[in-house]
Ligand binder design. Sequence first.
Ligand code: ATP
Length: 240
Amino acid sequence: GPQAPLLELRNLVVRYGSITALHGINLKVQAGELVTLLGANGAGKSTTLRAISGLIHPVGGEILWHGGLINRLRTERTVKLGISHCPEGRRVLSRQSVADNLALGAWLRRNKVAIASDLERCYALFPRLAERRSQLAGSLSGGEQQMLAISRSLMARPTLLMLDEPSLGLAPRLVAEVMAALSQLHRDGLTILLVEQNAQAALTIADRGLVLEAGSISAGGSAEQLLADNSLQASYLGAN
Ligand code: ATP
């Protein structure tokens, strides 16, 4: 319906065999928001993104996109809906060039003019990639590979960009560079769901945050509230 959030998880349950990774979580993302999902190793953050993008199907609850149920859709269908998932670990194709990796991000699209203009937007967002467009992706630095992975996700022209720990393994200066780029995309109107262990960095650019703990949401609030929360400071924010 017209009042429905862009994305909503209702009482979502996900299992891997006998292990329950998500114990009925609730989450809403409104169009235009930058929401961050925080939590320790193994809390279920990656699982949440995998369920939304259709890599794994929930055993209970609902995934709603514009109010419509999408629980059973596979990844190709969720990409077509406008959901782009940038997985953990920057899986770029190392033996292909930067430009070829980006072209692959647009695999479901036909409009060559629009694809070319999105390519230029990626290069404007990450000038390091523009300078290295002919270079093999495998020879990029870790930070540059992360920028490429994000750009490849953008080439699908998503309505919702979901990122899994884009700051992982990056030097502080590059973390700041990646966060600045995400903040720019947010200001340009893109809706973002950002999974991070680096809560400090994520809350600096997010509107709101949720904390996952052992498969359940344990806290949530505005970025300002979470940054000011002393108990969260002790358990998560100081850890980085
Ligand atoms: P990390 O930051 O370490 O990736 P996370 O918050 O993203 O952590 P998940 O990767 O979603 O956590 O894992 C949630 C739980 O599900 C963990 O207990 C994990 O061991 C388990 N799990 C994840 N993937 C599988 C799998 N393929 N098979 C079995 N258990 C899994």
